[in-house]
Design a protein around this ligand. Structure first.
Ligand code: SF4
Length: 493
């Protein structure tokens, strides 16, 4: 039997393979939820609690996973006309029997919906002159289409339970804003998604792996999928190969890394522009040969990577976007003449201290008024602009600061194609032989560690954050040295 829950449908809209693995996957191949996922879950619970504070809600009492009992309890509460039901269950056993003929699944299907709230409103239903609408509280900032699909799915189940289709569903988002979903608009789409999902599950054939950093990084099946992709040298592991470019490659019969390395960039037009196709080809070649390649721009002498200065500042930030705070400004001060390195970590012990550490950071920059400030990615410069505006410190004008910044990520993309799966600092520095002292830690996790520090003053968490940030600065330094050498070697050719 397939249990089609709203979570499963949500997963399906994000990745068909994930929905498949949720139903049929070997759970021992699933990794535990990452710390960051747990943090998001806690934040969601807090958001729901904040919304419910001061309101009267009734929660059906049922054993975890016993959807049928939960549904019976929910229906009892609906029949009593309870104003708000929290964590009610909408259940429809064999509801999609009409669909069985449309899907290839021979299995029975049960549908389960779990809106955050069922809210009573006037109207008629089998219970009397009232009916319910689904309300979902979501951590997102925007009313994403996947939220609307889930709301429309719950509406189908609710229509079955109360014998009255709701016309509107409500989304309450992170900032407390309310968004109304016009269910008539989403009905056709949600049936399409349900049918596709059931057909995929019924076919019992696992969808092809496609690693996308943004989509896969928090998925519990990532290790399993990545292993499979790596073993088959799947093209999704080649930077620049997006799902649409992958389809274009498949259409011309290119399915393997070695084939991509020999690609004639002309042959993907008009689906993929020639320069993009040429980049993918070079990227595949770098991976096949396991060596760095120069970009066409690298051979132009006017593209000169700034030479090493006697003293340089390597800069990296840690931020908590939800609190809108940059809580650590890390600077590794490197004196290339005296061969010394000193790390300064300006840490906000509480978010309100951001202006204080900002001043300390600026004072350090002021001590070395001509030293280049080397960083990886655009985020650091964007933050400098934002904080200059926020704290209006006229003694450190932007126009004198900005020319000192050197974004090594930007220069790396200009000058070299590396045999890496991604151009993140982690991936690139690892290829250069750099290792972080806290192997496996990520930027997301430092956000969780900051939360631990704020909640409990956890000294270990604090030490780990600072160590991680210092290593990021050191990795940036390593890349800076490599790029300097790389350019020298190219110009000596
Ligand atoms: S790791 Fe990526 S491809 Fe694999 S199931 Fe998760 S989201 Fe899908």
């Amino acid at each position: 039997m397939i249990v089609l829950t709203d979570d499963l449908l949500l997963n399906y809209t994000r990745c068909t393979r994930r929905a498949y693995l949720t139903v049929y996957g070997d759970r021992s191949q699933r990794t535990a939820d990452k710390e960051f996922v747990l943090k998001l879950r806690r934040e969601h619970q807090r958001l729901v609690q904040d919304h419910l504070t001061g309101q009267t809600v009734v929660t059906p009492d049922y054993a975890p996973g016993d959807w049928q009992a939960g549904a019976e309890q929910t229906e009892l509460l609906m029949a009593q006309g309870v104003e708000q039901i929290h964590r009610g269950i909408l259940y429809w056993d064999a509801p999609l029997s009409t669909l069985d003929s449309l899907t290839t699944t021979p299995q029975a299907i049960t549908a389960v919906g779990r809106p955050t709230l069922l809210v009573k409103q006037t109207g008629s239903s089998r219970f009397g002159d009232w009916c319910y609408r689904p309300v979902n509280i979501k951590l997102g900032k925007r009313p994403k289409s996947e939220y609307k699909i889930v709301a429309a799915f719950q509406a189908i189940l609710l229509a079955h339970v109360q014998i009255m289709p709701p016309t509107l569903a409500q989304l309450i988002l992170r900032d407390g804003g309310t968004y109304w979903v016009d269910l008539a608009q989403w009905e056709g789409k949600v049936w399409e998604v349900i049918l596709d999902c059931l057909t995929m599950l019924g076919a019992e054939e696992i969808p092809e792996v496609f690693i996308s950093r943004q989509r896969c990084s928090l998925c519990p099946w990532y290790d399993h999928c990545h292993q499979e992709a790596a073993a088959s040298q799947h093209l999704s592991l080649v930077p620049g190969v997006t799902p649409s470019r992958y389809s274009a490659l498949q259409a011309v019969g290119i399915t393997e890394l070695a084939q991509l390395a020999q690609l004639d960039p002309q042959c993907l037009q008009p689906e993929v522009d020639r320069p993009i196709a040429a980049q993918m080809q070079q990227q595949a070649l770098a991976l096949v040969d396991d060596r760095a390649l120069p970009t066409p721009e690298a051979m132009v002498r006017s593209q000169t990577f700034p030479p090493l200065a006697p003293i340089e500042l390597y800069f990296d930030l840690e931020a908590e976007p939800d609190r809108n705070v940059d809580f650590l400004f890390g600077v590794l001060c490197v004196n290339h003449v005296k061969q010394t390195e000193t790390f300064h970590g300006f840490f906000a012990e509480k978010p309100e201290n951001e202006p204080l550490i900002w001043q300390q950071f600026l004072a350090l920059l002021h001590r070395y008024p001509t030293a280049p400030i080397v960083h990886f990615s655009a985020y650091e410069v964007e933050t400098i602009k934002r904080l200059t505006k926020r704290y209006r410190m006229s003694q450190h004008p932007l126009k004198t600061l900005l020319p000192r910044f050197i974004d090594v990520h930007d220069w790396l993309l200009k000058l070299a194609v590396l045999p890496v799966e991604s151009y993140s600092l982690k991936s690139v520095a690892k290829w250069l032989g750099f290792t972080w002292r806290d192997e496996g830690l990520s930027g997301d996790q430092t956000v969780c560690l900051y939360e631990k520090w704020l909640e409990a003053g956890d000294q270990d968490a604090l030490a780990t954050i600072i160590r991680y940030n210092e290593d990021d600065c050191r990795a940036t330094h390593k890349l800076r040295l490599w790029l300097t050498e790389w350019q020298r070697s190219l110009h000596n050719l």
